[in-house]
Design a protein around this ligand. Structure first.
Ligand SMILES: [Zn+2]
Length: 406
């Protein structure tokens, strides 16, 4: 057996680690410098007593609670720093949000604990929210999930961070706080159809965020069902388009999936608290006929099959346990299609096609696992522990990565 040479990755990359911290600190300092510069320029430029159309107005770029800044200031910033107007305004807005609305996250950046793009993502996504709500999000993301753990934001990937922000956006969007701009935008909603000669029609339109969110959710749910249950291999775009068509066939109704228990002895389905139930009864309970009855998926159950190919039910259990994410440390790949079922112990060497020996990996990490000398162990449903070629150990549990050993 060839002797393996082990390197201490931390030592080898110590300079890169230190420089990463330096960059984060510098980014925090850049944010503070830009916010201070904007504040100084604002107090030195007295605004006109009455603003005429087209004149420089004052705008709270950083969101409610941040200072009003001359509207044209980003142009100056952009010209000085060599940034596009959009990039400069975004940079200024993020700086003001962080200094005035998200101080805990800015402190984390200053300490080198979190990447700049993450705190800037939070700054941008929470811009429209009241200062008090932004303050709550700031506290929650900067605090550890439990004593001794790193700050919550450190462990979140781009998509899981977006989920957390979306949750707050939905929970804290107060109709009373809705601005005139929102009312105006809602008054401009429309949907337009442009039929083509090739048998398809282009659709364009503007919906309220809530309606759009519900519509997209319904389309994604049905598109996932088509892939996972019906074995539809067409692209996600095609399935989403067809899902929209299905909504039209049953106007106003999304497909309802009822998860029921199946009793093999009596051949009957039953629902919790209801007892035995037939499809027509399920349809009358939910009030329409687009009902799919599926057995309850026990996330902890050991699903197994003798063949190599994982059955849809196992795939769905893995998908639910992994929160739609690839099982590799910090991998951001998210979705319901394009993932491979990986046998943790290879099928060729006797590994089984079971819940305890499989997980979902994106194609890239499937190749890393197969060819890259990473070792994986499934320790619980939805949980894989990885050992890197240099001996670092990571646990990925339901989409969250924790470093266990360096
Ligand atoms: Zn991956």
């Amino acid at each position: 057996m060839a002797a393996e040479v082990w390197f201490d990755t931390r030592e080898e990359l110590a300079d890169a680690l230190d420089l990463g911290v330096t960059i984060r600190r510098a980014e925090a300092e850049r944010m503070r410098t830009i916010a201070a510069w904007a504040a100084a320029r604002t107090t030195s430029q007295r605004g006109p007593a009455r603003v005429l159309p087209g004149q420089d107005r004052r705008v709270p770029f950083g969101g409610p609670g941040s200072p009003d800044i001359p509207e044209f200031l980003p142009a100056e910033l952009g010209a000085t720093l060599g940034l596009s107007a959009f990039a400069a305004q975004k940079l200024l807005s993020d700086a003001l949000s962080l200094v005035h609305r998200l101080p805990d996250l800015l402190t984390l950046l200053e300490q080198g604990e979190v990447e700049a793009w993450k705190v800037r993502m939070v700054a941008a996504a929470t811009r429209e929210l009241p200062a008090t709500v932004a303050g709550v999000i700031d506290c929650q993301l900067a605090a550890p999930a439990r004593r001794g753990a790193p700050p919550r934001i450190v462990r979140l990937t781009r998509s899981t961070l977006q989920d957390v922000i979306d949750h707050h956006l939905l929970a804290h969007t107060d109709p009373a706080q809705t601005t005139d701009a929102h009312h105006e935008a809602r008054a401009r909603r429309y949907v337009a159809f442009k039929p083509g000669l090739d048998g398809t029609t282009d659709i364009a339109g503007t919906l309220s965020n809530e309606d759009a969110h519900r519509l997209e959710q319904a389309l994604d749910d049905t598109a996932s069902e088509m892939a996972d249950v019906e074995g539809d291999t067409r692209s996600r775009g095609v399935r989403r388009a067809e899902a929209l068509g299905r909504l039209v066939v049953h106007p106003g109704l999304a497909q309802t999936v009822l998860y029921l228990h199946f009793d093999r002895l009596s051949g009957t389905w039953s629902a919790d608290d209801i007892g035995t139930i037939r499809v027509d009864e399920a349809e009358s309970i939910v009030g329409h006929g687009t009902v799919t009855i599926k057995p309850v998926i026990d996330l902890a159950a050991e699903i197994s099959t003798t063949g190599y190919v994982a059955p849809p039910r196992l795939r769905e259990q893995l998908r639910l346990n992994q929160r739609n994410l690839c099982a590799f440390p910090h991998c951001d790949r998210h979705g319901t299609i394009g993932f491979d079922v990986d046998h943790v112990d290879p099928y060729d060497s006797g590994g089984t096609t079971t819940s305890s020996n499989t997980h979902l990996l994106c194609r890239y990490h499937h190749r890393v696992k197969t060819h890259g000398r990473w070792r994986a162990t499934k320790t619980a449903p939805g949980t894989t522990v990885w050992t890197s070629p240099t001996g670092q150990v990571f646990e990925v549990a339901h989409g969250l990565t924790t470093r266990l050993r360096t």
